[in-house]
Design a binder for this molecule. Structure first.
Ligand code: CP
Ligand code: NVA
Length: 306
């Protein structure tokens, strides 16, 4: 396993499978009532967050605690970073006190800078470019539900954003058959699609602008918010551009009969997904959210365990 997880590009297929195996074991042990599993006794995880978070923050904090370690929530606003201390100096200091650092930031370059100047593992807990922990956990969920990833037809409806970028890399690594449907002007960048092709020349990733056509024969439909953190000033234009890209009953009916519906959450009910679908029988979003805890535990063990 590489020292850092900044992107799904950093993790090979063998380690992805190891992570799934470990997540599955840790999930079973927690359900059995084993509250503390002493795999990371005494280890400290710092969480350096510049943006809001519910799931990622809580699941990382509980993950390290249930493995015998502890966490420290660090809002960048309250650190000397706010007064101009450089990221590279801060990274050296984090490395003196902590065993790993999970970072949620706007600019992905901040993550790169922290990783380059840290002697401890740096984990991307979301940047404008990618959300690898989310997609590792989501692929674990799909594997649990469908039994495999290779050739599973997953249709992502929405913006070519951080979550979509990680799905692209995740699909290239695992053989998921990915279709992306985005409004014109909001597609994933061609550079990322080319990058995925380089990682796996046989990867199956295509763009289809018509969402109804895109979900045909889908095993899984995945969506994310239309307005990501930091894009609030574009809200009006985005709500307008995305209005035909909602996950609703009509769209679900156009996919396979037992299609699974996923959303990384938080959801904006009535925008990218209707309440009917989110709370309906196809939705697996709550278990998807739960699995962030198990998958991130596994990731921490892989990065920090002996
Ligand atoms: N899915 C996800 O990352 O949720 P949070 O923003 O609440 O962490
Ligand atoms: N694309 C969303 C994901 C939130 C988990 C955002 O960046 O806000």
């Amino acid at each position: 396993m590489n020292k850092n997880l900044l992107s799904i590009k950093d993790i090979n297929k063998q380690d992805i499978n190891l992570l799934f195996q470990m997540a599955s074991e840790l999930k079973i042990r927690r359900k059995r009532g084993e509250k503390i599993i002493h795999l990371l006794d005494g280890k400290s995880l710092g969480l350096l967050f510049e943006k809001l978070s519910t799931r990622t923050r809580i699941s990382f904090e509980i993950a390290i605690r249930e493995l015998g370690g502890n966490s420290l929530f660090l809002q960048s606003e309250q650190l000397q970073l706010k007064r101009g201390e450089t990221l590279s100096d801060a990274a050296k200091i984090f490395s003196l006190y902590l065993d790993a650092l999970a970072v949620r930031t706007y600019n992905h370059d901040n993550l790169t800078k922290l990783a380059e100047n840290s002697s401890i593992p740096v984990i991307n807990a979301l940047s404008d470019f990618s959300h690898p922990c989310q997609i590792l956990s989501d692929m674990f969920t799909i594997k649990e539900k469908v039994g495999k990833l290779e050739d599973v037809k997953l249709t992502y409806i929405g913006a070519g954003n951080n979550v979509c970028n990680s799905l692209i890399y995740g699909s290239a690594k695992t053989g998921i058959n990915l279709t992306i449907s985005s409004p014109k002007g909001y597609e994933p960048s061609s550079g990322i699609l080319e990058d995925a092709q380089k990682i796996n020349p046989k990867c199956k990733i295509k763009l289809l602008s018509n969402p109804i056509e895109a979900v045909k024969n889908a095993d899984v439909i995945y969506t994310d918010v239309w307005v990501s953190m930091g894009e609030e000033e574009q809200k009006k234009a985005r709500l307008n551009a995305f209005r035909d890209f909602q996950i609703n009953e009509k769209l679900v009916k156009a996919a396979k009969k037992h299609v699974l519906v996923m959303h990384c959450l938080p959801a904006h009910r009535g925008e990218e997904i209707t309440s009917e679908v989110l709370d309906g029988t196809h939705s697996i979003v709550w278990e998807q959210a739960e699995n962030k805890l198990h998958a991130q535990k596994a990731l921490l063990v892989l990065l920090l365990g002996k």
